[in-house]
Design a protein around this ligand. Sequence first.
Ligand SMILES: Nc1nc2c(c(=O)[nH]1)N[C@H]1C(S)=C(S)[C@@H](COP(=O)(O)O)O[C@H]1N2
Ligand SMILES: [Mo]
Length: 407
Amino acid sequence: MLPEHRRISRSRRWFLRAAALFGGGFTALKSTSAAAADLPNRLGGPVSAYGSRSRFEKALRLVGNPRTPQAASSLTPLRDSHGMITASALHYERHHSGVPDLDPSTHTLTIHGLVNRQLVFTMDELKRFPSVSRIFFLECSGNTSSEWRGANAMDVQRSHGLTSCSEWTGVWLSTLLRECAVTPAGMWILAEGADAARVARSIPMAKAMKDVLVAYAQNGEPLRPEQGYPLRLIVPGFEGIINIKWLHRLKVIDQPAMTRWETSRYTDLMPDGTSRIFTLEMDVKSVITRPSGGDRLPGRGVYEISGLAWSGRGSIARVDITTDGGATWSPAELQTPVLPLAHTRFRASWNWNGGDALIASRALDDSGHLQPTLQDLVKLRGLNSGYHNNAILPWNVSSTGAVTNGL
Ligand SMILES: Nc1nc2c(c(=O)[nH]1)N[C@H]1C(S)=C(S)[C@@H](COP(=O)(O)O)O[C@H]1N2
Ligand SMILES: [Mo]
């Protein structure tokens, strides 16, 4: 505990000293009266019933390459996101058949199959169970697949925008399963959405009993329709697709149902022609979000390098930063508390000398997994499939200050 604390305060002091040293290109104050001259002197706007952001803020989700407007995804603007929580309005989306318009007063959750009591819960009934709030990331297993064959995306929204992190509130699935009394033969659960495609995935019983949430709220208010209103599964650390939205049915079964979303899709075709299936845990991963592709640094001097790290296997233990293309690495500060299965914000200060630089982050989780280079990952998994790309993505900073994909 103490050494880490000391390291942090030392690097903070270094940052302050360096900033004063370089002046940081900041504007000096000419007179104290000038500081107040531009402040408004008229009344501001009225109070409002439902908040919205400043008209000056423009960050938006970016729609990926959709086959149709309904079978589409949209990407979180990670460069313009701060801290560890994603604004609900900017949480990435992935829909296979559009966003259904579900009325919570008639929506129900049915639990049936290998249980002693088959039950149907209304939304009001679900809210009578003990509730719990937890912060968890979501990541589509297709996130960063664009970079499997090397540099492709021009910015971090395009390369990594299929991940977001929210506080979710709901009922533990284990609570509901106990209510239904699962029989000993019940080893898996088929979860199905009420969207037109009836997207469905099989979940191992051990995970269902451990930490799966039947969630009805996100970041302090009911789920957004895009995130599964009025009810979704949150399967912490597992690939996005298994976090079934618009949840209406759970069937307890004795073996995986082998739906199309766990056979023809979301399996990883290996070089020898076999497929990895049920690749559930998302591997340890990180990326620098600032500075990142599309940025232009105004000049040499001190900058904060900041980014996100996460792992589907536990907590982030360490994030290393390189600014010399991997020749040397040094640990970044981790924003505390570091939560398991949640985005972790990391930061480091960097004194850019104005020359060409290759900057990157590399995360280690507390299960001992280290984020690989793309080269090492491709050596292992070949080029047949793009799912589960957790490789390091470097950004190239040129002497003009332009930041581009450095893979
Ligand atoms: N019913 C249903 N659940 C679904 C999907 C869907 O299309 N229908 N998409 C899945 C996929 S592929 C992902 S990555 C996550 C995305 O969740 P989000 O849109 O809240 O970010 O939801 C999953 N759950
Ligand atoms: Mo996904």
